[in-house]
Design a protein around this ligand. Structure first.
Ligand code: ATP
Ligand code: MG
Length: 255
């Protein structure tokens, strides 16, 4: 049975997609069976896995509306090591169309039940909003991974997200918990980054992953080649950090 994790933060551009794609590829490298679910109409994770989002006729959109089965929509990432449930801009319409459907926050959860035996990990890349799509992600998952940059406004947004997770836990999904906070795009030369990082450790203790993901240009370059950073340049600092993070994740969920 797959363990299902959302990579979520309603703040934009904080490294959700980079984390999802590189964690998927790193877990695959250590022989885990992985499905990456792109739950963002931007389709960045889809493109980052080397799948052309604009040429797709069926995506997660049809899955959420109950028109297609995940098994008929998933594809192999270009690197070949994990599966992807792709998305494109059509998914933006689902937000509106799901309003009239019964059980609308559970559409993704129900769809994924058909493939949970095929994987060890299902990773869901959420859009930058606390929307119906993100709610579907949170209702499907056992846990949330929160990537964040160590800067002042990051802490402000964090309390909104943690409150939403608490509400979902209380009312919709008793399995849901915060697995951990992942510090990304970290630059140790910046004093504020160090201060915020220490503040996070004091406040959240063990919930902060030990692995720090550094700011590394190779991670930013990789998507334009349709590859995860860990495959594009495996010896880069960013790739090594994501590989370490994957091991830390595996250890953390064993506990
Ligand atoms: P959105 O909220 O729009 O979905 P996101 O949270 O998914 O954004 P990403 O798309 O992963 O964020 O990252 C935002 C930008 O930062 C991208 O250009 C990405 O390549 C770059 N980036 C992410 N992580 C790193 C890193 N560790 N080092 C350098 N650049 C990074
Ligand atoms: Mg993204």
């Amino acid at each position: 049975m797959a363990k299902i994790f959302c990579i979520a933060n309603q703040k934009g551009g904080v490294g959700k997609t980079t984390t999802t794609v590189n964690l998927a590829a790193s877990l695959a490298k250590i022989k885990q069976r992985v499905l990456l679910v792109d739950l963002d109409p931007q389709g960045n994770a889809t493109m980052g896995c080397g799948i052309n989002k604009s040429q797709m006729k069926v995506t997660i959109y049809q899955v959420l509306l109950g028109l297609f089965d995940v098994k008929n929509v998933r594809q192999k990432a270009a690197c070949g090591s994990f599966d992807v449930l792709p998305a494109n801009r059509e998914l933006a319409g689902a937000e509106v169309e799901m309003v009239k459907l019964r059980n609308r926050e559970n559409r993704l959860r129900l769809a994924l039940t058909k493939v949970t035996d095929d994987y060890d990990f299902i990773l869901i890349d959420c859009p930058p909003a606390l929307s119906m799509l993100t709610l579907n992600g949170l209702c499907s998952a056992h846990g949330v991974i929160i990537p964040m940059q160590c800067e002042y406004f990051a802490l402000e947004g964090l309390s909104d997200l943690v409150n939403t997770i608490k509400k979902v836990h209380a009312n919709l999904n008793r399995d849901l918990e915060v697995i951990g906070l992942l510090r990304v795009m970290f630059d140790p030369r910046i004093t504020l980054a160090q201060q915020v990082s220490e503040q996070l450790e004091r406040h959240f203790g063990d919930k902060v992953f030990k692995t720090l993901i550094p700011r590394n240009v190779r991670l930013a370059e990789a998507p334009s080649y349709g590859m995860p950073g860990v495959s594009f340049d495996p010896s880069s600092k960013g790739a090594l950090a994501y590989a370490a993070f994957a091991s830390e994740m595996v250890d953390r969920i064993k506990k």
